[in-house]
Design a protein around this ligand. Structure first.
Ligand SMILES: Nc1ncnc2c1ncn2[C@@H]1O[C@H](COP(=O)(O)OP(=O)(O)OP(=O)(O)O)[C@@H](O)[C@H]1O
Length: 644
């Protein structure tokens, strides 16, 4: 198909009907003026410990006000630590929970809410978060599927993806895997940055935020990205970006600049007015000098000369407030607070916020996320191979250690030990496996969820379903290798029951892993929580202490331990059918006469098989439901705070 492409736009001529339709449906022509005022951010820091512990508030952003209108490309600049990222996070409701924030944000005379922002804006964050086993095109199609208007056809979405890839020079690597640093070689750093940008511009948002979009890019690519931002602005989009030390060429593409120093606004206006403002203060930018470097050096705090630099930055900020540019900003901000309405009381600029922030319906989300989860698992052959190798190796080791035990008095202790070892192996490997994978994927989920792509329920369900096959195959393989090597009950029925019990145990351990992962957030934190919780669950599982010997204040632990129910079920399966031990004299009181006696000696009852299986199912669902509720708590949009 031939035609003419505009920058980050659409094919317009020859067979370009589809593209023009996409453009109409995507843009909607909405124009947004975003303003903020009296933004203050405080960080609470603690010093000392015990009784000497003191908390103090650090004032990070101080009465920051500003505005960005449709068609403007605003660069937020300043020296390191000036507060650029903090401001961008406030503007996008992504601030650290520990910060205390006050201030007001307005869009077209309306107070900004997180839902309004999600539905109208895109945010290119500094940290690139992707599923590394996906190709560039797959990633973009996934985004297009879930973030573009639900009325767009599949054909239109594919077309848009191809156009954005072409515009950002990603076509060449469309089929290349994104990659995982240090593990799976993928696209280059520059291509990753461009992919992050491509994901956000797909929906042609009216408002766009970018946090240092050019960091790590060579000057040509940096210019390419900023030019793409410029093109968005020229289509009446509102574009706000922090930028770190841009080259002269890149800086020239910005029409407005917000200079920050020590958490205050040192200047907001056009780049030419900024140069004039500094000249007026007797600090002119030398000829042939990069203005961006000049502004940053004027607002930097030099080591060894802090007091003087701070006074200079302070006086610059004060001078801006009383300057014409400063007053223009204050006026424009005040104007944007007013809600204009026509004769019928209807505001022409009113920003309608849908009840649901999601573009795709529940089933569409479910289908797309499930497909991605399954593919992501299947495309980790190394991880699968390591898991398979580990399972087979440990199974063979256990099999060899407990090889050919006999069903006699000597064998009872060994067989019980072997069964408990199977239980322990299924529990630790599965719960720790989930903690590792779930926590490391959590940041991607949180970002995509808050981008309005899919619900927490969809993600959690898909994750569970995608991992279910492995959660059944691993215990099956483990049982198949160890069972007959150890010399457990030779009846086929007992073999399959043992396999089924270990499958339930593995899934209960996975549920526990989900709970811990949702409780923590990072892998190290989850590991720290998981180990001390697993040990008591194992200790009170009936092998180390018989059920009757558990201290009364720890009895409750037994009820939430899958080790306990799993062990009882395995014991019943192994011993209930043994009617007589041939090596135990009938009158002897020093040995077990029947399998039932073995079961009872552990404080178990042979009638409890059904109960144990039921309770294992209850733990599988119970732990997962609690984990899901914890995740829901973390992701509930209603808990995203509004500023005072
Ligand atoms: N959660 C926090 N707790 C304590 N201090 C914080 C917190 N977040 C930011 N700060 C402090 O606020 C100041 C501004 O930080 P910010 O990250 O916004 O700066 P920046 O201008 O983006 O710097 P850089 O260009 O180096 O990224 C810094 O002094 C930083 O140490």
């Amino acid at each position: 198909m031939s035609g003419v492409y505009d920058n980050l736009g659409f094919q317009r001529e020859q067979n370009g009907e589809v593209s023009i339709q996409v453009e109409k449906k995507l843009s909607g022509g909405e124009q947004l003026t975003y303003s903020w005022e009296k933004v203050n951010v405080f960080a609470v820091t603690a010093t000392g410990c015990g009784k000497k512990k003191k908390t103090q508030e650090t004032h990070i952003l101080k009465d920051v006000a500003g505005i960005c209108r449709p068609g403007e490309l605003l660069a937020i600049m300043g020296a390191s630590g000036a507060g650029k990222t903090t401001l961008l996070n406030v503007l996008t409701f992504r601030s650290d929970d520990a910060l205390r924030i006050t201030g007001s944000l307005y869009v077209n005379g309306q107070r900004v809410t997180p839902d309004l922002l999600t539905s109208r804006s895109a945010y290119v964050q500094q940290e690139d978060l992707f599923i590394g086993t996906f190709t560039v095109r797959e990633q973009l199609l996934f985004q297009a599927h879930l973030r573009m208007d639900r009325h767009l056809s599949h054909e239109m979405r594919v077309k848009r993806v191809e156009e954005v890839m072409q515009e950002l020079s990603l076509t060449k690597c469309a089929k290349t895997l994104i990659g995982v640093p240090g593990r799976l070689k993928g696209i280059s750093g520059g291509e990753t940055k461009r992919l992050a940008f491509a994901c956000e511009v797909l929906t042609n948002p009216a408002l766009m935020f970018l946090d240092e979009p050019t960091s790590g890019l060579d000057s040509f690519m940096a210019q390419n990205i900023v030019q793409a931002m410029r093109n968005l602005a020229s289509k009446n989009k509102t574009v706000i970006s922090t930028i770190h030390q841009p080259s002269s060429e890149v800086f020239a593409l910005f029409d407005r600049v917000l200079l920050m120093g020590e958490g205050r606004v040192a200047f907001l206006g056009s780049t030419s007015d900024a140069l004039q403002f500094f000249s007026g203060l007797g600090r002119s930018c030398p000829k042939n000098y990069n203005p961006a470097d000049f502004f940053i050096s004027e607002l930097a705090i030099e080591a060894g000369n802090e007091a003087e630099c701070r006074t200079r930055v302070d006086s610059t900020c004060n001078a801006f407030l009383s300057s014409t540019s400063g007053q223009q900003v204050a006026y424009a901000v005040a104007e944007n607070k007013k809600s204009f309405s026509d004769a019928n009381g209807v505001s022409p600029n009113h920003v309608h916020v849908n009840k649901s922030p999601y573009k795709a319906g529940w089933w569409e989300q479910f289908e797309a996320v499930l497909r991605r989860s399954v593919l992501a698992n299947a495309r980790e052959p190394m991880v699968l191979r390591v898991k398979a190798f580990q399972t087979i190796l440990i199974a063979l080791l256990v099999g060899v250690i407990f090889l050919n035990q006999e069903t006699n008095q000597d064998g009872i202790t060994n067989l019980n030990g072997a069964l408990f070892l199977l239980l322990t192996q299924m529990s630790f490997s599965n719960s720790m496996g989930v903690v590792n994978t779930f926590c490391s994927e959590l940041p991607i989920f949180l970002r995509e969820h808050f981008n309005g792509m899919y619900r927490t329920s969809v993600y959690f369900l898909c994750k569970n379903l995608a991992e279910l096959p492995l959660a059944l195959i691993q215990p099956a393989v483990f049982t198949a290798i160890t069972y007959y090597m150890i010399g457990l009950s030779t009846d086929a029925k007992n073999f399959f029951v043992c396999m089924a019990i270990l499958m339930l145990v593995a899934n209960a351990a996975i549920s526990f892993g989900y709970l811990v992962s949702c409780l923590a957030r990072t892998v190290p934190m989850a590991m720290v929580i998981a180990a001390p919780l697993l040990i008591p669950l194992m200790l009170f599982g009936g092998f180390f202490l018989s059920a009757d010997s558990v201290p009364v204040y720890f009895v409750w632990v037994r009820y939430i331990s899958w080790f306990n129910y799993g062990n009882e079920a395995l014991m019943i399966n192994q011993w209930a059918d043994v009617e007589k031990f041939s090596d135990c004299e009938e009158n002897s009181t020093l040995c077990y006469h029947t399998g039932t006696e073995v079961i009872e000696s552990l404080g178990y009852s042979k009638d409890n098989m059904g109960l144990d299986v039921g309770l294992l199912f209850a733990l599988i669902f119970g732990y997962r439901i609690i984990g899901y509720l914890l995740l829901l708590l973390k992701t509930n949009r209603k808990t995203v705070k509004q500023y005072e």
